[in-house]
Design a protein. Structure first.
Length: 405
């Protein structure tokens, strides 16, 4: 399995080689030799391999060098006269970017922003959005008719999205938000002939974007993931149900069976959501009070904590920390992801995994949920993220000659 992943990566290494000039060719090899970076450097790798990757470890060290960085500056801004087209590879399921876009689009629409979502792959999430009055299209001509004055760009390397960008007037500014490091689709959009500003949802992604674009980290916006306000009557965290749930698209059945056996040793029944088409959940309020706690990462973790639920981080075959008041700020900066090797994890088959799980459960049992929630809505609120986003949009539109890069 490891060899297969390395062969896939090598394919992307060869594919990405520049052929235009000897200078670019040599720079490509130099970047790979010193930093381990090239276009598909994480393609096909497991989470364990990603955490041990040379470039990821380099980025982690860079974070420690920038503890006091501003990570972009924001100002209160007028949200009127904004006409924003969003791009996304697929708008059909419950992936992190899809959920982010659905929730953000609702909030922007509420504030009077005109918006249109462009994607070639539609499904349940697209239908859900259109039912609320959010326009979704897979037709470039519809985008041209919409006449956007800004592009919010996700997944620039998607061929259809790239074609759309090339079709649009070059004077339209682009805000490129980076949600992850592993997918090739999430790599920054590079075009010196256009006005482009960059944002990222974690400090690791900020550092990666800075490295690839050559832009200082202080000019890249740290736009954290968010939880919308929840309107649901919560039951107390009594921990007497004997039930927990993993919500992740990255827990294979081979892992799922092993996780289930491990939890059984603690008399906890474990359910799974998101790893098969049959167990997707579009609305967490449908299941939120059926479980003592949840295991997940990223935006899913943030959304569940928005319901006042206890969470510990888990992805693939790695168990991370329980999210408690003592580590909340740090994990928020990392987007509650286990990609970053600065976050301690233990593998499913490692000695001590049962003790680590027991320790995590003990920590969340005594964790102050109210304090967690106060920090959540200070660091990861939809209102704050929307304020920041509108500020970025407005500054780009109001200053057409501003040199972003």
């Amino acid at each position: 399995m490891y060899l297969l992943a390395e062969l896939r990566s090598f394919k992307y290494f060869i594919k990405g080689m520049p052929t235009q000039s000897l200078k670019e060719f040599l720079k490509y090899f130099e970047t790979f030799f010193y930093f381990g970076f090239y276009g598909g450097y994480l393609k096909g790798k497991s989470l364990v391999q990603v955490r041990n990757n040379k470039f990821i470890r380099f980025l982690s060290k860079k974070i420690l060098e920038h503890p006091d960085s501003i990570w972009g500056e924001y100002r209160r801004a007028n949200d009127k006269n904004l006409r924003v087209v969003f791009t996304i590879n697929a708008f059909e399921g419950i992936g992190g970017v899809e959920v982010w876009l659905y929730q953000m689009a609702l909030e922007l629409k509420k504030r009077g922003v005109k918006l249109l979502i462009y994607t070639k792959i539609i499904g349940a999430m697209s239908e859900r959005a259109t039912s609320t009055g959010i326009a979704v299209t897979s037709n470039i001509s519809e985008v041209l008719k919409f006449k956007p004055n800004l592009v919010h760009l996700h997944h620039a390397s998607n061929k259809d999205i790239f074609k759309l960008i090339q079709t649009l007037d070059k004077r339209i500014p682009i805000f490129n938000l980076i949600h992850g490091l592993v997918p090739v689709l999430c790599q920054p959009f590079l075009d010196e002939s256009r006005k482009v500003a960059y944002g990222a949802v974690s400090k690791l992604a900020v550092e990666s974007t800075s490295f690839i674009t050559g832009i200082s980290v202080n000019k890249i916006y740290l736009l954290k993931n968010f939880s919308p306000p929840q309107n649901i009557a919560l039951t107390e965290n009594s921990f007497d149900r004997g039930r927990a749930a993993i919500i992740s698209s990255k827990v294979k059945m081979s892992y799922a069976n092993k996780w289930s056996k491990l939890f059984k040793e603690l008399s906890i029944d474990l359910d799974f959501y998101g790893n098969e088409s049959s167990n997707m959940v579009l609305d967490y309020s449908d299941i939120i009070n059926q479980y003592d706690f949840f295991l997940c990462t990223g935006k899913t973790a943030i959304d569940l904590m928005g319901f006042g639920k206890q969470v510990m981080l888990l992805e693939e075959n790695l168990l991370g920390p329980a999210v408690v008041s003592g580590n909340f700020q740090f994990l928020s900066d990392m987007n509650f992801s286990l990609v970053n090797p600065l976050i301690d994890v233990i593998e499913l088959d490692e000695m001590g995994i049962l003790e680590k799980l027991k320790s995590n459960i003990s920590r969340i049992k005594i964790n102050n949920v109210e304090e967690n929630n106060l920090t959540l809505f200070r660091e990861n609120s939809l209102e704050l993220a929307t304020d920041h986003l509108i500020s970025i949009y407005t500054s780009m539109i109001e200053s057409p000659n501003l040199e972003i890069n």
